[in-house]
Design a protein around this ligand. Sequence first.
Ligand code: SAM
Length: 212
Amino acid sequence: MRSGRQRLLDELLPEVAIELETAATPNALFDFQPKELWLEIGFGGGEHIAWQAAANPEIGLIGAEPFVNGVASLLGHIDREKISNIRVWADDVRPLLDALPDAIFTRVFILHPDPWPKRRHANRRIVSQPALDSLARLMTDNGLLRVASDVPSYVDWTLFQLGQRQDFAWTARCPADWRNPPADWPATRYETKTSSEGRPPTYLQFRRYPRD
Ligand SMILES: C[S@@+](CC[C@H](N)C(=O)[O-])C[C@H]1O[C@@H](n2cnc3c(N)ncnc32)[C@H](O)[C@@H]1O
């Protein structure tokens, strides 16, 4: 007999999955005309994207996650909570980024990216110049990029990578801005776990500068 998880993967995933061919017209992925498009890279169990989707029904959200258990978990949220404004890319985000058109995302979330702490694995970190080039192309003027990490060296890495760029500005004005999450930032399971283990996240937010 098929498990509930398998049913979600067999039946619900094809309804909400993005194909590379359909990525060129992202608004058309949704059954309504989204007011804005948001992207979450590496949604894990999907708690954050599901929360944002329920709180913002007028927004079209695209989530990318290659880990099948995470995809199944998000499908569970979509099914149980009757969420209709999420579309799923169940794979490495990078080919999707290349297939999407310019200036479409007003928000991008990268929450607790895998830190790949060893120097020789640095090219696997999702916060990287090639990925930031893609995000700079894909984000609208004044779009917001949110990154969170509980790994101090990854926070330093992120600030260093973004600090080199002319197209993003860190929005923090005082320590509270990186110590406390914005009001519309629900804690993921991962975040709750690391906080309870004494590793609270740092919350970073960057604004995409307007194009000339
Ligand atoms: C540490 S987990 C955090 C998950 C979730 N964001 C959270 O806060 O609970 C990092 C996630 O990023 C995903 N990931 C890693 N590389 C990725 C890539 N290239 N494209 C999309 N997702 C990726 C992993 O599969 C994993 O689920």
